[in-house]
Write a new protein. Structure first.
Length: 94
């Protein structure tokens, strides 16, 4: 995930449809440590990054996907999680 860049395509393929997402700039309100232009690092307890509008209690007006993983590196257990968001661009029915 640390190799993803803003605008990179992510496709989610299901039996009913293919969902096309594009990586977006990290949400500023998350107060994470900027890791790359397209990702932030947060502590594992900062679960509000998974909210419909990341790091807020607002209702979603966009369709976002949140990707999360352990921080890249050799420290185990990792003290941070890497977070990347992508926005739905379009959907193709199968």
């Amino acid at each position: 995930m640390d190799k993803l860049q803003i605008g990179d395509a992510i496709d989610v393929i299901t039996p009913r449809a293919t969902y096309h997402y594009a990586v977006i700039k990290p949400e500023a309100q998350c107060n994470g440590q900027v890791f790359t232009d397209a990702s932030v690092l947060v502590r594992p307890i900062q679960v509000n990054v998974l909210n419909p509008v990341p790091c807020t209690n607002k209702h979603a007006n966009r369709k976002l996907m949140t990707l999360t993983s352990c921080e890249p590196g050799e420290v185990v257990p990792s003290p941070f999680r890497i977070i990347v968001w992508a926005e739905l661009v379009n959907t193709e029915s199968s």
